[in-house]
Write a protein that binds this ligand. Sequence first.
Ligand SMILES: NC(=O)c1ccc[n+]([C@@H]2O[C@H](COP(=O)([O-])OP(=O)(O)OC[C@H]3O[C@@H](n4cnc5c(N)ncnc54)[C@H](O)[C@@H]3O)[C@@H](O)[C@H]2O)c1
Length: 333
Amino acid sequence: MAGEFKVVVTDYIEADLDWEREQLAKRGVGFECYQLKQAPEEEVMRLTADADVVVVNMVKVTPRLVDSWTKCRMVIRHGAGYDNVNVQALTDRGIVLEYIPDYCQHEVAEHAIALMFACCRKVVWGRGVFDDSVARGEWDFKPIVPMFRMAGSTVGIIGCGRIGSLVYRKMSATGVKLMVCDPYLSERTREELNIEPVSLEELCKSSDLVTLHTPLNDETRGIINAKSLSWMKPTAYLVNTSRGGMVDHDALADALKSRSIAGAAIDVFEKEPPNSDFPLIGLDNVIITPHLSWYSKDAEQTIREKILEDIFRMIDGLSPRIPVNPEVLRASK
Ligand SMILES: NC(=O)c1ccc[n+]([C@@H]2O[C@H](COP(=O)([O-])OP(=O)(O)OC[C@H]3O[C@@H](n4cnc5c(N)ncnc54)[C@H](O)[C@@H]3O)[C@@H](O)[C@H]2O)c1
């Protein structure tokens, strides 16, 4: 089987995929990799047509693309979300979707926490870094006035799954009060952390920091919009390390300009990189990072290993590690 087996990577963020090529070659697996993020769909169709496994980062997996495949049995989304993949189209064709939700939970939780601390302690804030101002001979805390005590404040976590629950655990030691909005909270997490979830409205109204950790789907798209922003306190901050689509950025820009909330720290955008006229760029009460919450040298290696593990498991006839659409597997039995 391995002789004709072919893996095609549509787009990737690593400097190269030589390690993957080498590992797969040892098992006689064919390997091609491209950078098709901006390519027309026809080109993606042509280059993935006879793949057994397609690995995608940001390329959109549409029903049309799925229909063009002749052999594909598994798609692996390189990352912890899969909102660029039409899951139904894959399920209809009996193709399993794997994703890698377990490579960077600590990194994202730590980044969200770093952004919350940055908002509260303003170590970096808006376009300013104190290190620079001290180097210029300035010695002044007035640019960050007013600032409030973080201990005793309330942190609202929207979505308390892998990452949100880590934020909860790590923040538990900091003296803040924690609040969770998660209508689908697992019983296990509810019991382990003794959480009584609240509504979105109650969380927004009560929190000094709101941090987003849900998947992007029809229910969560635009969950932070003009209405939910209007519930937030004028002293509150919003942190988003989940997916850009969760936030209506025009409404957020309005709230930030009118100071109806105090600030925001944003790692993820609907279009990445955002256009230069993106409404949050240049505001003095925003911190922006370029979708790097996931990154550490360790996480980068972990995801590569897990993707190869998924491919080898399939070749060896083992069940996928974390399938998004396990009904495909049941149907094929
Ligand atoms: N910025 C990055 O680099 C980066 C890296 C990894 C993951 N992420 C993103 O982080 C987010 C969280 O990932 P995860 O692995 O913790 O996901 P997860 O599936 O483990 O947890 C998501 C949680 O959200 C809850 N949820 C679902 N719908 C909800 C709703 N309407 N309201 C409130 N809660 C809801 C679920 O019940 C679940 O507990 C995803 O959007 C993922 O794409 C971002």
